[in-house]
Design a protein around this ligand. Structure first.
Ligand code: FAD
Length: 424
């Protein structure tokens, strides 16, 4: 029987950040287990690479602020650049609330400039259409963009340098609990099916099958592995509810597909004075967001009627023509002529208040959950890793009080929820 002082399920950006923080606190026996260390279906590899601290809840603002500071320290490794986030408003109530939240953001050290429509068009001539609809905008110059794949690699390299091990092709399919004292159980063993290495051409499909059907076919199974953890951490992202259920914990999160398109605008088609490469991350009043991505533009939009589920199909030209292009061309003439290059889909793990879940699992002595950070897992990852390491090593959060993120808030009255309306 294998043992691990800390066993982390999930090697996405969250599990990797936790392993990194633990290794740097001197915890030597950390084991991180994942079905696919390449992260082909992990949200950490399929996101938009945006990082901002302009949220409405103190805990989310502070966790993002501290993570942005970490990104700035490692800017070269992470291709982190403070391009800023420009947020356009047409909804009166939302804009009023954004202005009101500006005071809290400022108190927490996050700069947010309020722009009138005329300031907006002067500073960002890219935004040049249907301006009469807009009430104004906010611009947060400290926010930015990074390469999330490089981030996950950085956390993993630092974790490995500190002694952590990462197990590949292990699918978690069982948790055994024991009763430590009346009403308090503990994770005794975690069971994994080791998955055979497949033909490289088929491997991606095989992984997708396991992650969407939630099990390993008998012919792909090499054998069973059990690990006895000192502490068990559920960092399985959109798959975490399946393990919460095994821990007897109530699960609040749901996986929801989000799609991203990459498009190409030829420089010769741009209006005079517009350089797309210098654009910030822009979130339009219509809900579409876009930013430069190398020579291309990356744009994402979340369908309001997307049903929950584990789905990874990208709807291709149909999605681009129905959801992306009309909204871009409505706001910026630069996108009047553009080419759809490609796109992809990944999972958001969405909670009822759109804030993440972090803390001890009630009634299970040695289990911690760190998941469901909706569209915020990358930009909060450093603070999450540091916080879980503090919980394990010091018994409490130290640098930042992350206790409001405990899932228990969702059992209580709505006043304890942490609603985030600027959720894209
Ligand atoms: C389209 C899109 C855009 C986004 N944009 C942003 C953004 O701009 N900024 C931002 O901060 N966040 C963004 N996000 C959200 C962000 O990507 C996630 O919050 C974050 O990556 C979650 O990381 P994670 O480690 O919790 O989960 P994941 O990265 O999903 O990792 C979970 C891991 O668990 C493994 N796994 C699952 N089940 C099992 C099992 N039973 N056994 C073994 N392994 C298993 C998977 O292989 C995977 O590697 C976006 C997400 C999407 C989909």
């Amino acid at each position: 029987m294998e043992r691990a002082e800390v066993l982390i399920a999930g090697a996405g950006v969250v599990g990797s950040a936790i392993a990194c923080a633990l290794a740097e606190r001197g915890v030597r026996d950390v084991c991180v287990v994942d079905l696919d260390l390449a992260g082909r279906y992990a949200s950490s590899e399929l996101n938009a690479g945006g990082a901002r601290a302009t949220w409405w809840q103190e805990v989310n603002i502070a966790a993002c602020r501290d993570t942005l500071a970490f990104f700035a320290e490692h800017a070269a490794d992470l291709s982190f650049r403070r391009t800023g986030y420009l947020w356009l408003y047409s909804d009166r109530a939302l804009f009023a609330r954004a202005r009101e939240r500006g005071a809290l953001q400022a108190r927490l050290g996050v700069r947010v400039d309020l722009l009138s429509t005329s300031e907006l068009t002067r500073r960002f001539p890219l935004v040049d259409r249907n301006l009469g609809e807009l009430l104004g905008a906010t611009f947060s110059p400290g926010d930015g963009l990074l390469n999330p794949n490089a981030l996950r690699r950085l956390y993993q390299e630092r974790a490995i340098a500190g002694g952590a091990r990462f197990l590949q092709r292990h699918y978690l399919d069982g948790v055994e609990l024991s009763e430590r004292s009346p009403g308090v159980r503990a994770v005794e063993r975690v069971h994994f099916t080791e998955v055979a290495k497949g033909d490289p051409a088929d491997e991606s499909r095989a992984i997708e099958r396991i992650l969407t059907q939630h099990g390993v076919d008998a012919e792909a199974a090499l054998g069973q592995v059990s690990i006895r953890p000192g502490i068990f951490v559920n960092a399985l992202g959109a798959w975490s509810p399946l393990v919460s259920a095994r821990l007897g914990a109530r699960s609040f999160a749901q996986p929801v597909r989000r799609q991203i398109s990459i498009l190409d605008v030829r420089a010769r088609d741009l209006p005079a004075g517009v350089d797309l490469r210098a654009a910030p991350m822009i979130v339009d009043a219509s809900g579409i967001y876009f930013h430069p991505e190398g020579p291309y533009t990356l744009a994402g939009y979340s369908n309001a009627d997307e049903p929950p589920g584990y789905r990874f199909e990208y709807d291709g030209d149909e999605f681009f023509e129905r959801e992306i292009w009309p909204r871009l061309a409505h706001r910026c003439s630069a996108f009047e002529r553009c080419h759809h290059v490609r796109g992809w889909a990944g999972l958001y793990s969405v909670t009822p208040d759109c804030s993440g879940i972090l803390g001890r699992v009630a009634g299970v002595a040695n289990a911690i959950e760190a998941h469901s950070f909706t569209g915020r897992g990358v930009m909060q990852s450093h603070a999450i890793g540091r916080g879980v390491a503090e919980l394990i090593c010091d018994g409490e959060f130290r640098a930042l009080d992350l206790s409001p993120l405990s899932s228990e808030r969702l059992l209580g009255p709505r006043e304890r929820w942490l609603p985030e309306d600027l959720h894209i």
